[in-house]
Design a protein. Structure first.
Length: 280
């Protein structure tokens, strides 16, 4: 099925895709950012007032941008937020919601930034899943060109309501893009099983659930970890989830064993897979 629904405006890299979004769909992404990347959001973050948190491909409505701005402003009232969309109609729909610290601009993976501006965080959710797999790495590279040093790219896929999702976490370090890991997020509304994450794997993994692929072996090991820790189920899904992470970490996979993350349903596989360097 071709998910591209239109040609990009001149100069913007990418294509217009379906624009479905929903209120609170990315609420847990904001919660994760506040836990994992707080030092990028709050003073004395090493950025100037023109280093945006970018919501790239926000969709038919500006909802996720407005919600993100409001959540992040609870810890930093002046955080600059930029919504970027490749569909001119969707940018027009969002313009009435601009405020002193929130802007909306037409653009693509090559962010529409002005001289002196940069991105401290780029969130691109439910965007790359609509592209061919071989366009993922070039898109990461293009987005990373706009990241400030130490800036973070969180690129993922969710179900329609954001109950369950996964995301690639990458960080710009000088001229390189470092893959920090793959994040699994659940609010436990659908129970808990590693298989539940398969339909929401990011594009670079969704077609790779086969023998020999790291993601296949990770999910298999997680299933085994869930079985091995089944005794913890009686204390609830969160405890079981947390214990499966401990087991995985004891058995060859590096998991961030932060109670604050695990108790909220975030399992972060710290997996430094190599990413080719950025081109000049
Ligand atoms: C399914 S919506 C996702 C909306 C929102 N991020 C969410 O998760 O609810 C995908 C949006 O990404 C936009 N998009 C696709 N490629 C893009 C690109 N290269 N640059 C900016 N926006 C893009 C599409 O036009 C579409 O509106």
């Amino acid at each position: 099925m071709n998910k591209n629904v239109g040609k990009a405006p001149p100069g913007a890299e990418g294509v217009i895709t379906r624009g479905k979004t929903a209120s609170n769909r990315l609420r847990r992404v904001d919660i994760f950012l506040l836990l994992y990347a707080r030092e990028l959001l709050t003073p004395p973050a090493p950025f100037n007032a023109k280093a945006f948190v970018v919501d790239l491909g926000y969709g038919e409505e500006a909802t996720t941008v407005i919600e993100m701005a409001s959540r992040l402003r609870a810890v930093n009232p002046h955080i600059p937020v930029l919504g970027v969309e490749i569909d001119p109609k969707r940018v027009n729909n969002a313009l009435p919601y601009q405020d002193d610290y929130t802007q909306y601009r037409l653009g693509g993976f090559n962010l529409p930034l002005l001289p002196g501006e940069s991105a401290r965080i780029i969130r691109a959710f439910n965007v790359l899943r609509q592209y061919p797999e071989d366009e993922v790495l070039p898109a990461w590279h293009t987005m990373a060109q706009s990241l400030a040093d130490n800036g973070l790219l969180i690129e993922g896929t969710s179900d329609p309501y954001g109950k369950i999702w996964t995301a690639n976490i990458l960080r710009r370090k000088a001229r390189t893009l470092v893959y920090e890991g793959l994040l699994f997020s659940t609010n436990f509304r659908w129970g808990f099983s590693p298989e539940l994450f398969q339909p929401v794997l990011p594009k670079n993994f969704i077609h790779r659930m086969q023998e020999g692929e790291p993601i296949f072996h990770f999910i298999a090991a997680w299933k085994q970890a869930v079985q091995a820790s089944v005794a913890y189920r009686q204390w609830g899904l969160r405890t079981w989830f947390r214990q499966s992470a401990v087991y995985l970490n004891d058995n060859q996979f590096s998991i961030q064993l932060s109670k604050r993350l695990l108790d909220k349903g975030f399992l972060f596989w710290r997996w430094n897979q190599p990413v080719p360097p950025l081109e000049d």
